[in-house]
Write a protein that binds this ligand. Structure first.
Ligand code: PMP
Ligand code: GLN
Length: 387
């Protein structure tokens, strides 16, 4: 680390630069096709861009209300009612955030006290653990089970103790592409009925669930929702990861606590984007309704392109990520294999072991992002097939 006479001890010792930055930078340095960090290489829908341009020029460039533009919160409430059959009060239950990342950070900081335990399910998205530790909490990492990355409720029940404050769920799941079925969520509701646990439900891939399944949002389960904060991201839904705009839906008392923190982490979110998204959600609801089919086609294309390769793929149930087992190609650890693949084959992917507190020793998995133009996927597959 850097020497400095007054450098205090790190608040996040052992934390390096996030794998997404590391792999995308390596991809750029090597001129590789970047299927690592999750972002589309295709355009934001033109009608949405037109609304952004309109609102920028119409002078909507000053602070938005702290909790979010009322028109956008109303549009989200309408979407939530239409998709999940839940009436939410846009005034008090929906808050616009600077991406899901801010929502996660503020939710954790609003409720986690020093010494509280927060249960994370590995492989876990890398923003959860540091946020818990910065809040003074103790992350308790439980592995998801089996090749399907299933939520083991007996293991969860055994991990819940007097210091447990929160469970972080993520469905559809990054990095595995697994989706929690409704039956598992109903069982979870029964398990948590008599506990004080809060649930942060990271549902940023809510519109990417495939094969005719429906997204089992926690919003659909009143007994769970009463203890939950449900998070989504327009970055994912609108192919605009660089906009960093998302939202949280929560019961009134949880929303009020959440806003106490949000107002001092971020205060408010880019005003013209909020106006544009409010217009677009209302004018083009087919965009998010057609997103499952849009991404399922890309998943199928990617899997089909690699069917003759030595990678082994089980098609993802959701998200825009596809896991691939490379054990027939190499027995290197995944971090080394991912680096070598970027350098030698010219395709960047994400090693899955970095999302575990205790990675399974014999797992040989990479995560590929298929939110890419078909030409990009074809070019990448051609290189991967040659291995
Ligand atoms: N949670 C998960 C599971 C994600 O994959 C992402 C994507 N980066 C985020 C949260 C953060 O979303 P955002 O870019 O809106 O901050
Ligand atoms: N969520 C994105 C992914 O999983 C990356 C976000 C980030 O780079 N922080 O690839």
């Amino acid at each position: 680390m850097h020497e400095h006479p007054t450098l205090p001890p790190s608040k996040l010792p052992g934390v390096g630069t996030t794998i997404f930055t590391v792999m995308s930078q390596l991809a750029a340095d090597q001129g590789a096709i970047d299927l690592s960090q999750g972002y589309p290489d295709f355009a934001v829908p033109a009608p949405l861009l037109a609304r952004v341009e309109h609102h920028l020029r119409a002078g909507h460039n000053q602070y938005a209300p702290m909790a979010g533009l009322p028109a956008l919160r109303e549009a989200i409430a309408e979407k939530t009612a239409a998709l999940y059959g839940v009436e939410c009060d846009p005034g008090e239950q929906i808050t616009i955030t600077s991406g899901a990342t801010e929502a996660l950070f503020a939710a954790i900081h609003a409720f986690v006290h020093p010494g509280d335990e927060v249960i994370l399910l590995d492989p876990a998205y890398d923003a959860y653990d540091p946020a818990v530790r910065l809040a003074g909490g103790r992350p308790v990492h439980l592995p998801l089970s089996g090749p399907g990355f299933d939520l083991d409720l007996d293991r969860l029940a055994a991990a819940i103790g007097p210091r447990s404050r929160m469970l972080v769920l993520n469905t559809p799941h990054n990095p595995t592409g697994a989706v929690l079925p409704a039956s598992r969520i109903e069982a979870l509701a029964r398990l948590l009925r008599d506990s004080d646990l809060l649930v942060v439900s990271d549902e940023v891939y809510e519109h990417m669930v495939f094969d005719g399944e429906e997204h089992a949002s926690l919003l659909r389960y009143p007994a769970l929702f009463e203890r939950s904060l449900v998070i989504s991201s327009f970055g994912k839904t609108c192919h605009a990861t660089g906009w960093k705009i998302g939202y949280v839906v929560a019961p009134r008392p949880l929303s009020a606590e959440f806003r106490r923190v949000h107002q001092f982490v971020q205060f408010c979110v880019a005003t013209p984007l909020q106006h544009a998204l409010a217009d677009y959600l209302r004018s083009d609801p087919q965009h998010y309704r057609e997103l499952p089919a849009f991404y399922q086609r890309k998943r199928d294309l990617f899997c089909q392109l690699l069917a003759g390769s030595r990678f082994r793929l089980t098609p993802s149930a959701g998200t825009y990520f596809q896991l691939a087992d490379y054990s027939a190609i190499s027995d290197e650890p995944d971090v080394d294999f991912a680096r070598r693949l970027t350098r030698d084959a010219g395709v960047a992917a994400i090693p899955v072991s970095v999302f575990y507190a205790a990675p399974p020793a014999d797992q040989r998995l990479l995560r590929f992002c298929f939110a890419k133009a078909d030409e990009t996927l074809r070019a990448a597959a051609e290189r991967l097939e040659a291995l």
